[in-house]
Design a protein around this ligand. Structure first.
Ligand code: PLP
Length: 362
């Protein structure tokens, strides 16, 4: 497998090699059944075990309390942008949004459909270069929920302090940093994530939601979009995305074998320090526009002195075996996405490439 490259893509992205190899080795004939797992009935014994183990892995790794349901849904994180206001925005109450970048704005675009839509904090005027502090966040008196994107994948900022919203449910989009740090379930009532950054293949959405929130959700909505439907049916109301769930199970087995969330957090520290050190030691030649206190450990963004140099950097990096470094089309520059499965050696090699590139071009 020495022909694997260092893939810094924002998502879909690097998955753990042992998980890929395990899938490969058992793919054609799963556990002697004479079929692959994706050819088995989703109501059969073999898939049922995969489904339950995937959920059990999520629960144990993230220390999910008993009074939370774990739902495995179609539609990635984006469907949740829609489902949240449909299920949880109450008549006569506000739906509070914190705007910290491109993804929270996309979530808010669906929130706007309810009459109570309200932006309670934004720093768009500072170009989304920092996250709010806990003390900055004051939910409306009558809010149905507060929505926060806890790691902005495009802007490269990550929440450091979770706001305390009191009795108002706090909902977080943790798509791009789930499993890299503990989730404070004492402050958070719902967490959701698209799987394709830290958990597995695209298409799967993971929703971890307080049972009381499911019970009090709006019921006069299409059954497929109702959290209650999926909670009551163990995420088997219809055929679940079986391949994505199977791959997530294998990915989480790998997380477990590598120290769980504590292990993943330590790796994220090591990787991100290597790249931020390369930026900070360049005396401004590499420039990360993000406030130091909000720097993401998963998505690191930076600029070079000119767009021509950025193009050259990306071209030479690609040649050297680093892929996916082009910044998002909306912001330009360079972005290194380093999710749980990115080996520390990948970050070390990129840091060295950055130092060499600067030497040769400044
Ligand atoms: C990638 C991403 C999404 C979108 O996920 P899909 O699975 O493509 O719907 C939403 N929010 C954040 C923070 C993301 O990084």
């Amino acid at each position: 497998m020495s022909d694997r490259i260092f893939n810094f893509a924002a998502g879909p992205c690097t998955l753990p090699l042992p998980a890929l190899e395990k899938a490969q080795s058992e793919f054609v004939n799963y556990q002697g059944l004479g079929t692959s797992i994706i050819e088995q009935s989703h109501r059969g014994k073999a898939y049922d075990a995969v489904h339950n183990e995937a959920i059990a892995n999520l629960r144990s790794l993230l220390n999910v309390p008993e009074d939370f349901d774990i739902l495995l849904l179609h539609g990635g994180a984006t469907l949740q942008f829609v489902s949240i206001p449909m299920n949880l925005a109450k008549e006569g109450q506000s739906a509070d949004y914190i705007l910290t970048g491109a993804w929270s704005k996309k979530a808010a675009a669906e929130g706007k459909r309810v009459p109570g839509y309200k932006v309670i904090w934004t720093n768009e005027d500072e170009k989304f270069t920092r996250m709010p502090l806990a003390a900055d966040i004051k939910p409306s008196d009558n809010a149905s929920y507060v929505h926060l994107c806890s790691n902005e994948t495009i802007g490269g900022i990550e929440v450091q302090e979770y706001p305390d919203c009191g009795n108002v449910p706090l909902i977080i989009d943790a798509s791009s940093h789930i499993m890299s740090q503990p989730i404070p379930f004492d402050k958070v009532s719902m967490v959701y994530a698209g799987a394709q950054k830290n958990l597995g293949p695209a298409g799967l959405g993971v929703v971890i939601i307080k049972k009381s929130l499911v019970e009090s959700a709006n019921m006069d909505i299409p059954a497929f979009l109702s959290y209650k439907t999926h909670a009551d049916n163990g995420s088997m109301y219809n055929t679940p995305p079986v391949f994505s769930i199977y791959m997530m199970k294998l990915t989480l087995d790998w997380v477990k074998e590598n120290g769980g969330v504590t292990g993943m957090s330590a790796l994220a520290d090591q990787r991100s320090k290597l790249i931020y050190d390369a930026i900070d030691s360049s005396e401004g030649w590499y420039n990360c526009p993000v406030d130091k206190n909000s720097r993401s450990r998963m998505n690191i963004v930076w600029r070079l002195p000119s767009e021509d140099l950025e193009k050259k950097f990306i071209a030479e990096a690609t040649e050297a075996g680093f892929s996916g470094l082009k910044g998002h089309r909306s912001v330009g520059g360079v972005r290194a996405s380093m999710y749980n499965a990115m080996p520390v050696e990948g970050a070390a090699a990129l840091a060295k490439f950055m130092a060499d590139f600067k030497k040769n071009n400044s």
